[in-house]
Design a binder for this molecule. Structure first.
Ligand code: HEC
Length: 194
């Protein structure tokens, strides 16, 4: 039988049709299942999104101040790197969890990023936080992320007023209290009148 004649025979035989549909349904079922599995996989992989919840952020801030602040700032290098946007430069959130819990172990395992950052910081070692739970680490990350989005604080108060410098303390004073000039004017007018 040539393949052509087999095709004709199959097409003509009514009882082969249900078989085909059965085959297709299994295929469809399998692909639906696969799609679901894929969605599940993707959602669990990205389910570790960093929270923007105010409560989580403030819990993270407390943890950060208690454990990390001595060596880290958000927007500036300190003993350790500035932590702004850290989750976007490290390999993964899981990597961050392992690192924070025990950076020395990660370095010892030969993890390329861990070794690189360790060497960049002249091999000064970060404290191991083995007691921090995953959700505590996630809240620290939420705080870091929140601060990252807010950006560095602009030192408004430190900006001198216009015309303010060491050479002209009076113009500086007047510059920030211009209403004082009206007293001067009044005094001038009065002295002219008398
Ligand atoms: C004793 C100082 C010290 C403390 C405390 C500390 N770190 Fe670090 N951290 C470092 C140093 C130094 C590095 C640079 C890598 C190295 O030398 O091991 C670093 C690196 C990091 C990195 C990698 C940064 C990057 O740019 O890839 C993260 C993330 C981090 N620390 C998070 C934390 C968190 C979160 C805490 C608090 C729970 C903390 N660290 C507490 C010193 C410290």
């Amino acid at each position: 039988m040539t393949s052509d004649s087999r095709f004709v025979a199959l097409a003509l035989k009514p009882d082969t049709k249900p078989d085909m549909t059965k085959h297709l349904t299994t295929l469809t079922r399998q692909s639906i299942l696969l799609t679901f599995l894929l969605i599940l996989f993707i959602s669990t992989t990205f389910a570790q999104d960093i929270s923007t919840d105010a409560g989580v952020i403030s819990a993270g801030k407390e943890l950060f101040n208690a454990n990390c602040k001595s060596c880290h700032k958000i927007h500036q290098k300190s003993v350790g790197p500035a932590l702004a946007d850290v989750q976007n430069r490290v390999p993964s959130i899981d990597w961050l969890k392992s690192w924070i819990k025990n950076s020395a172990a990660l370095i010892a395992s030969g993890d390329p990023y861990a070794v690189k950052i360790y060497e960049e910081y002249a091999k000064s070692q970060m404290t191991a936080f083995t007691t921090l739970k995953d959700d505590q680490i996630m809240s620290i990350l939420a705080y870091i992320q929140d601060e990252t989005v807010k950006g560095p604080e602009v030192a408004v108060a430190a900006t001198p007023a216009a015309g303010c410098n060491r050479l002209s303390p009076y113009s500086c004073f007047i510059g920030s209290h211009p209403w004082l000039l009206s007293f001067g004017f009044e005094a001038l007018l009065r002295s002219e009148r008398s």
